[in-house]
Design a protein around this ligand. Structure first.
Ligand SMILES: [Mg+2]
Length: 166
């Protein structure tokens, strides 16, 4: 299995983000309980991990400091010039990770946003996993492609989901 993962409200609690100006670089933010340990554990299992996140590269460097060595790929909308659900985000992650279409059945996209992460993953043909533990965005699917294939109620359950899918 290969893990593509979002950051805001998936690994990091967006309500804790501190910026000097609106839309600026995040200066400080807290990860959800167990998020850091979960990423470290998945990395230690030898499962490739790629960040696929909308935002500024510098923000994710701050938010995920200490964990950046766990990521084999690092794809941000700032660098790509497009945001999820654009296929460009997912295709860039594939390219960065050296993956081909044959790998798609083994790629999980984990994120909290049904319009971005889930619709994007479903349209791109990879496994969609909704992280449903943050209250910030409406998670009600409005179209069939916003329906997640799997739902994660706690980030700490991700290694077990990966194990089951293997
Ligand atoms: Mg998010």
């Amino acid at each position: 299995m290969i893990l593509f993962i979002d950051c805001g409200d998936t690994l990091c609690d967006e309500s804790t983000e501190v910026r000097l100006v609106p839309g600026g670089v995040v200066q400080k933010a807290s990860l959800f309980p167990g998020a850091a340990e979960t990423i470290e554990r998945i990395h230690a299992l030898g499962i490739p991990i790629c960040l696929v996140a909308d935002g500024l590269d510098a923000s994710f460097q701050v938010i995920l400091h200490g964990l950046t060595g766990c990521f084999d790929g690092w794809v941000t909308s700032e660098a790509v010039g497009a945001e999820k659900p654009s296929s460009l985000m997912f295709q860039t992650a594939m390219d960065v990770m050296g993956l081909s279409d044959a790998d798609k059945p083994h790629i999980l996209m984990v994120g909290n946003n049904v319009r971005k992460d889930i619709a994007g993953a479903n349209r791109f043909g990879i496994i969609s996993v909704l992280a449903d533990y943050s209250p910030r965005y409406d998670m009600t699917p409005l179209t069939p492609d916003e329906v997640p294939q799997y739902i994660l109620h706690d980030i700490r359950d991700l290694p077990e989901l990966i194990r089951i899918l293997e």
